[in-house]
Write a protein that binds this ligand. Sequence first.
Ligand code: BGC
Length: 464
Amino acid sequence: MDFQTKTARLISEFTLDLATLRQISLDFEKAMDAGLAGQKSTLKMLPSFVGLPTGGEYGSALAIDFGGTNVRTMNVNLDGNRGARINNIRRIGLKNPVLGRDLTTEESTGEELFQFIAQELKDIPKSTKPQPLGCTFSFPCDQINLKSAKLINWTKEFKTRDTVGREINELLTSGLVYQSLEHIEVTAIINDTVGTLLAGSYQSANVDIAAICGTGHNACYLEPTHPLTGAPMIVNIESGNFDGIPQTRFDKELDLTTYNPGSQQMEKMVSGRYLGVLIGRVLQELYRDTGLPISAQLAELRSISGEDIDNILLDVAPFETIAKIFKERFDTETTAEQRQAIQKIIRAISERSARIVAATFAGIVRHIDSAGERPHVIAIDGSLYEKIPKYSEHLQNALRELLGQQNQVRTILAKDGSGLGAAVAAILAVGSADTNFCYPSPGTDVPETTMSASPLDDVSSKEQ
Ligand code: BGC
């Protein structure tokens, strides 16, 4: 087949028209209703046992942000007036090929994983009172109350042994005891989307939906009257498991190569963990079906990195960056025409991701505000939303197509919000007055790792 025809066919396979988007959005809303009513649904609609903060909470808490293969620990002070100071941020990789460490495989146990994470809190100055700690744990959990959650299943290709079905608080607390950190009390275990929503709503008004568009994908929102309590409660939708989106043959093939075929179908179509894999497969077919020479590197390509995707999408004619990437990574010479086609294909795949996510957001907005009467702000964290060129624009455009030009829905980048959210949850659990010190903590020097007083302020200029 000639190159242009093949390119056009591939692009059309990944293009979602408005009618399809509307259908996805309606089906998502129905799946939310069913999940909330306890009926069969791919959406777990997990209770979080926490509502929104007022912004007046104050005090100090430790936080662990366990979002994926990188975990962050930090010390957070809330000032009681929507402001926060974050100190002692440390990042640790659960995978380190140089040190031969990988705590995400079946070789490691849940105990080892949490002992390793707990060790990172050793350098934070101890206090006389018990220190509350909030932990985001970014996997589906059966939440029993705010401090107690059991892992239902791993996602994002995690396979750590002896963890599914276990209480995350117990595992973490044992890890802290193992590291002689008995003064730290785990008072909240929450999903990272819930953390992002707590951080967003602590800092700004009208934030009532949050999402992660990064390695994994998920969203949560404030259910105004939760069936369990009759009161407002944040619901972790676990949207990555939604299965109401038409799959291409590439999606179906990719799904079969994952460790959990059939599950997390939406996540495998939209999130960073899988987009590079999908793109790799599409490029291989483009080369094979148009008779272009295919190098060993291209034939064996498993996944294209997020950084390469960003650079390819940023390139302009005559597309020299793409030429360089193809030469260096795949030992492949390209013509300007081929490079432009490659960019268009990758744009179609990333745009599809943004449009699917927007369709589910529209479903959430209709669920909480069917008449579209109130303003809603969606706080989003994750590399796709933050870094993929035009991702947020595609998302906004699709929201306008679905909800109308006059809709009152805004999305904001809530960079690294979930760590702050974990601390907000920890303080909500014990009550502000019961935490150790008020902001700024007396005698605390602010080290260089301190983030701005208000991480969301940081990005307000980048609001989409
Ligand atoms: C998990 C969610 C999480 C999301 C983003 C998904 O794989 O199932 O719980 O919120 O990734 O980290």
